[in-house]
Design a protein around this ligand. Structure first.
Ligand code: NAI
Length: 342
């Protein structure tokens, strides 16, 4: 395919605006041709800043624009499946933010649609695979540097400073609950690193700092223990009450060693010495921590379209991680050990 890939994006919120800016200004072989949002001020801001040719308040209308080559989905999670299927049927390459979907039936429908449009590039936004540290860890595991991986331990903690915003959002919207919304990246990494699918899960949690989470039947902090088909183990901690900032940490223990990524979520090399001791500031959110990965994953999506090849992260990765997330949710709600649907 010659020339620049013309992209239309739906969703210009916390993450959508980062994707939109990357597409509009940081990737030379694509252009941001259309934007879609239900928030008028977001549309106006982007039009003013980047002079985008087309804007829409209605997603279906954007899909009638035949100048576009690809659709980028950064809308709330409940819309992903429907919007992916519509965009594929309309003949576009599609990138969708995580999670692929919130229910097992709908992700299977997406898989069918992706398979039915095998000439199109489809990619799900598991950007951690494109983060330099996570990619380096994968290479070391594949090299056999830690022997056989037998246990993965993941922390995915959002800053406590964002808890009020989240609660406001969660009271008006359904995003799948703690495990499907937050641990989904960890589930994808676990499958990637351990080379096996989850079989059994036991998940617990609660609203320890804020009882509103109990009213929402969700957990503010939760933990899941997983057994994989190859008998490897997974321990996943997710939470929305991290006092020190955005903390994403992963450990993979193997038969001959272990690897840790992000043990201290330090913002930079600066250490402040004051009356509280030696202080290292931490990341304040996902954009700051994964800025490079968000750019690299979009570059890969665009290059796949131009080079007529497929990304290594597949719709099946989206389906399997959703199955694991859904099993955790079910275990948390029923207090039972759950077998992950195969
Ligand atoms: P947000 O609530 O900040 O923004 C949502 C955007 O979608 C807004 O621009 C809104 O106008 C638009 N929108 C909502 N309904 C729409 C509709 N019917 N038609 C067109 N536009 C519509 O959401 P946020 O936090 O940016 O999350 C978006 C997605 O990205 C979610 O699925 C979330 O799970 C995912 N996400 C992924 C992250 C990652 O690390 N990969 C990090 C944060 C979010």
């Amino acid at each position: 395919m010659a020339g620049k890939i013309k992209v239309g994006i739906v969703g210009l919120g916390r993450l959508g605006r980062q994707h939109a800016e990357n597409i509009a200004s940081r990737i030379p072989n694509c252009e941001l041709t259309a934007i879609c949002s239900v928030v008028e001020s977001e549309i106006n801001e982007f039009q003013e800043k980047w002079g985008i040719p087309y804007s829409y308040a209605n997603y279906d209308e954007m899909l009638t624009n035949k100048e576009l080559d690809a659709i980028f989905i950064a809308s709330p999670s409940g819309y992903h499946c429907e919007q992916i299927i519509k965009a594929l049927h309309a003949g576009f390459h599609v990138f969708s933010e995580k999670p692929l979907g919130l229910y097992l039936e709908e992700v299977e429908e997406v898989k069918k649609a992706v398979e039915a449009h095998s000439d199109k590039v489809f990619m799900v936004g598991f950007m951690r695979r494109y983060d330099r540290s996570y990619a380096a860890a994968k290479q070391k595991i594949d090299n056999g540097d830690i022997g056989e991986p037998i246990l993965i331990r993941c922390y995915g903690l959002d800053p406590a400073s964002q808890m009020d915003n989240f609660l406001k959002f969660a009271k008006a919207n359904y995003s799948g609950g703690l495990f499907l919304d937050m641990s989904i990246h960890d589930f994808d990494l676990a499958r990637w690193y351990m080379g096996s699918e989850a079989q059994e899960v036991w998940a617990i949690g609660g609203g320890y700092a804020r009882s509103e989470f109990d009213e929402l039947q969700d957990a503010e902090t939760g933990a899941a223990m997983v057994r994989f088909a190859n008998n490897a183990m997974g321990i996943f901690v997710a939470g929305r009450n991290s006092a020190h900032g955005y903390h994403i940490e992963t450990e993979i223990i193997g038969t001959k060693g272990s690897i840790r990524i992000g043990t201290v979520p330090e913002r930079n090399q600066v250490v402040i010495f004051n009356e509280t001791g030696a202080v290292k500031e931490c990341f304040d959110g996902f954009i700051e921590r994964f800025e490079q990965a968000y750019l690299s994953e979009v570059e890969e999506f665009i290059n796949c379209i131009l080079e007529e090849r497929k990304p290594t992260v597949t719709v099946q990765d989206g389906v399997e991680s959703t199955k694991l997330g859904y099993a955790c949710k079910k275990s948390f709600e029923t207090r039972q050990l759950i077998h992950v649907q195969t």
